[in-house]
Design a binder for this molecule. Sequence first.
Ligand code: SAM
Ligand code: SF4
Length: 476
Amino acid sequence: MSKKLYIETVGCQMNELDSELVVATLRKQGYELTDAPGNADLVLFNTCSVRQHAEDKIYSALGRLKHAKRENPRKIIGVLGCMAQKDQGLIFQRAPYVDLVVGPGQLHQIPKLIDDIAVGGGQKMEVSLERKDGSREEIARSHESFDPLRDPSMRPSPYQAYVRIQIGCDKFCTYCIVPSVRGPEQARHPNVILAEARQLAGEGCKEITLLGQTVNSYRHHDGERTTRMPDLLALLHEVAGIERLKFVTNYPKDMTDDLLQTVRDLPKVSPYLHVPAQSGSNEVLKRMKRGYTVEDYREMMGRIRETVPEAAVTSDFIVGFCGETEADFEQTVELVRESRFKNSFIFKYSPRPGTKGFELFADDVPEDVKKRRNNELLAVQNAISEEDNQPFIGRTVEILVEGPSKNAVKHGHDDGPILQLTGRTHCDRIVVYEGNRRQIGELLPVTIYDANAFTLFGSVVTRETGPELYTLELAK
Ligand code: SAM
Ligand code: SF4
């Protein structure tokens, strides 16, 4: 009889990918997914440590399972990912009914650990070495990239997939826990990446998003041969079946001219660049140890606009970082105004024990000020996003159709042949339109008739579904 697995994932795309791979591996062990943690034989939380809030959510979710574990002591509860690496044994102290703690560099051990627990082996913990616990090579070896099997059913759409090209990070921005919990920066071999892309294309995947914390810094040495990001994109561009290539997250200092020219020249590479600025103030950037000034960032934006004028650029910002004054914040607002990002992710600074920022600087911006700055910056960004979406009205864009729209799912209107569908343009804009289920996974031209800050609304005209036929089908 199959066993039931419930998995909850928080955090970034790396975590989403890790969860897909864990599920694919556990299916081989006879597990089937369920969306009810209460009935599951195995409950896994794939966790994030970037902000306190993400950790609090997991500890509350664990709290809710205490009773279920008492009712069924054979239920296995596991905590995976960044919080597992950061908190380690503390998780067993705070939630003694947890059976398993596994850091992001040890995920390959999960099947064996679960077998051991199931036969009465007791609590198990596998984490990687900490950054101070050995030589760079030893620490790197203890953070293994986990990319064995893919599971299209775990992805929101089988036509899109993440592919990891780099693990870890060596930048050590002072606010950030990632270099501690995900270990040293390591590049995957280009041949392994290419093989994975071919496999995904063979399974019908059309869009690949390459993942790395500083993805554009990708550099792989193999004897005399060095492969950089432009080379890797050129290799992947040749994979038949892959129609779109995206990559996140970029580090501003490594946005080289040849990479921008590659984005311009290779038609499958999306004109979409996520390049977090974090702040518009040089004082703050210095305390964050980001390694660039706001002038450097502006210069980079200038080169992007010149080389790939149609590119959609997006950013991340942290408001209320230690010592951020009103004047510093105003400079961030100014940077957002002039950069005209497609959208920005804005976060309130969350002090993280184990980072340099936590050690060196006081978290001295009050919570209400952080909240106000967050809302203000978001309002400025949203107004720009809305303005910049308006010129799309009347234009025809090509979208990759992903599946039912959020609205269709929410209202239970996602099971008929005609439904509201969602897709993305090459430059990563979300498009919603009424269409036919069989269009899912196709690249289609859609004419835009309305737009707000987050979404373009369109209608589709295809060979199979001309305007008249389409109206008839809808009327049925
Ligand atoms: N590697 C990417 C980069 O360099 O931008 C992203 C890493 S992080 C998982 C994603 C975003 O979370 C960052 O860009 C930053 O804006 C935000 N972040 C990281 N640490 C944070 C902290 N301590 N408090 C608030 N936001 C944080
Ligand atoms: Fe964190 Fe900075 Fe590395 Fe991004 S570049 S993961 S923000 S340390």
